[in-house]
Design a binder for this molecule. Structure first.
Ligand SMILES: Cc1ncc(C[n+]2csc(CCOP(=O)(O)OP(=O)(O)O)c2C)c(N)n1
Length: 559
């Protein structure tokens, strides 16, 4: 958040500049927060920001972190945030976050600059000049446009906020100082990802109702689309009306509380999930993208009848067939189907199935599973868990019980390392004074560990559980199982506690599971940011049979 103490000198001049138009347009569109790094090309925006106390900005240590922070901000609140980056390197460093946001339909507005209009496209050695910057970034967005006059800034930003996913507004740097001539004309947009929805026809709705009526054993899968607005209440009502067991994707975790009597957990654990789907005669998926990770490399078998409900056609590309596809506002469609539903009774004993599973996983005696249950027990219902990509995170996707919407984050869009810490800081900025827990491995953590500085600067209450096995552990597991050897996965790491302490962050180390048990409360309850390094070597869930190994993943002995 901006902490500048400088008094506004050039308080909004009578004639607005392009830089001021940026901030005004963002505010008009309901975007009140942003993350970024100032540069010679975008300080015109930062000066406008300085004069606008309603706009909150957090400086980070890398533009990549700004992108992930904005992504986390939206996933927690349903409100988009802006990313401010400069021409060339600054913008290009946001590419991976844009990919993550694109694949998960997470709205983020990248306000990036380009070289000044007179040298644009001249390849003349201008500072930060980047060939075809707009064309490079465009495929990773749902909207990308260059503005060619300060007057066009407001409308471009409004369009960006209506895109329903990441968007890029490219502004040549000179336009930030040029006067806006059409007055304060910011068009209004939307920060809550509400692109104009299609709605299903009456015929499609009655077809869906007929499918449901004919089914005896319906199952529901909820994805992140079921987290929008009040959709999670409506989809829960649908499940209750149909007495349908409810699964979620990894992104959809929290769309139904895991302690709801119909909640059957996440599909990524396969096993019992596959059995349930095989017994079912109808799948209703709502806002769910069936990814390779969640479906055992696309091997999950669905019932023949599948009603796929999504808010728009973007995520519809899928290897899984659907007998009926409905596009529109998910909550409204669910309510419509509730109204059409006839009384019915339970067909599947969720409580018994889950109890059986709990016993089975407890008996595996895996520290990873035990650590997640320990963590859940020590966390409040609405504390947020943000994941990087690590062995403990794979377990968390499959088994961590999520009790409230928008409290579990995972880089499901890109599968990238380095997401966890910056996304967690974005969440912490969005919901101040709430605890945010970040799980990362030693490898992934070091992609973005510089964000410890941002945590320290703003004293954000992010609690990092750093699982240190001194290796790219999951890759080592894959190499052992596929080739019988590991290669280039061992890491010589810094002393993570001293690293955190150098940033002014308190840190502690647990050298085994009982150390973790002893230290967890102190770590979680300490004020501000805190890091707990857990030194351990965890087994992958596929290694111990907690998740079925996909049949199409070759094993050494099978090759
Ligand atoms: C940007 C990127 N590069 C490489 C990978 C491949 N990858 C996935 S997990 C992983 C190892 C992560 O190691 P660590 O964070 O220490 O967690 P661990 O597997 O040891 O639990 C790697 C290299 C990736 N997902 N993203």
């Amino acid at each position: 958040m901006s902490t500048t103490t400088t008094t506004p000198t050039a308080s909004k001049t009578a004639q607005q500049t392009g830089g001021q138009a940026v901030i005004e347009a963002l505010l008009k569109c309901g975007i009140t927060s942003g993350f970024g790094i100032p540069s010679i090309h975008n300080i015109g925006i930062y000066d406008a920001m300085r004069q606008e106390p309603e706009f909150h900005h957090w400086i980070v240590r890398h533009e990549q972190a700004a992108g992930f922070a904005a992504d986390g901000f939206y996933r927690r609140t349903g409100k988009a945030a802006a990313v401010f980056a400069s021409t060339g390197p600054g913008n290009l460093f946001t590419l991976v976050p844009l990919l993550e946001s694109l694949q998960t339909n997470t709205p983020v507005v990248l306000i990036g600059t380009n070289v000044a209009t007179p040298v644009l496209g001249k390849a003349c050695g201008a500072l930060h000049e980047t060939p075809q910057q707009l064309e490079i970034i465009k495929p990773l967005t749902r909207f990308a446009a260059r503005v060619t006059s300060p007057d066009a800034i407001a409308e471009a930003i409004a369009e960006a906020t209506r895109a329903g996913g990441p968007a890029f507004v490219e502004i040549p740097t000179d336009l930030l100082y040029a006067p806006v001539t059409n007055g304060s004309s910011a068009a209004s947009g939307s920060s809550d990802h509400a692109p104009g929805h299609a709605s299903p026809s009456a015929e499609q709705l009655s077809q869906a109702a007929a499918h449901i009526e004919q089914s005896r054993r319906p199952v529901i899968i909820l994805g992140s689309g079921a987290l929008h607005g009040s959709a999670s209440q409506s989809v829960q009502s649908l499940a209750e009306a149909l007495h349908a067991p409810v699964l979620t994707t990894t992104s959809g975790k929290g769309a139904i509380a895991d302690d709801h009597p119909l909640a059957m957990g996440c599909i990524s654990r396969l096993g019992v999930v596959q059995q349930l789907l095989l017994e079912s005669d109808l799948l209703i998926s709502l806002g769910a993208k069936l990814t390779e990770f969640d479906t055992g490399r696309f091997t999950l078998k669905l019932p023949e009848r599948h009603i796929q409900i999504d808010q728009d056609q973007h995520p519809a590309g899928s290897l899984f067939p659907a007998s009926l596809r409905l596009f529109g506002e998910i909550g409204a469609i669910a309510e419509n189907l509730v109204a059409a539903a006839k009384a019915r009774t339970n067909w599947f004993d969720v409580a018994a199935a889950r109890e059986q599973e709990r016993e089975k996983f407890g008996a595996l005696r895996q520290e990873s599973y035990a650590a997640l249950m320990l963590l859940r027990g020590a966390m409040n219902r609405d504390d947020v868990l943000v994941n990087d990509q690590s062995i403990l995170s794979y377990w968390a996707s499959a088994f961590f019980p999520v009790l409230a919407p928008r409290t579990f984050m995972y880089p499901t869009g890109s599968g990238t390392l380095g997401y966890g810490l910056p996304a967690a800081l974005g969440v912490a900025c969005a919901v101040p004074n709430r605890r945010v827990i970040c799980i990362a491995g030693d490898g992934g953590f070091q992609y973005t560990s510089h964000e410890l500085a941002t945590l320290a600067q703003y004293q954000l209450p992010v609690k990092i559980l750093l699982v240190n096995d001194n290796a790219y552990g999951i890759i080592g597991f894959l190499q052992r199982s596929m080739f019988g050897h590991t290669h280039e996965v061992d890491l010589k790491n810094p002393d993570f506690c001293r690293l955190a302490e150098a940033y002014g962050i308190q840190a502690d180390r647990a050298s085994d599971f009982s150390g973790l048990q002893q230290k967890i409360s102190r770590w979680l309850d300490s004020p501000g940011p805190a890091l707990l390094e857990w030194q351990t070597v965890l087994k992958a869930p596929w290694e111990v049979g907690a998740i079925h190994r996909p049949a199409n993943l070759p094993m050494k002995e099978q090759r």
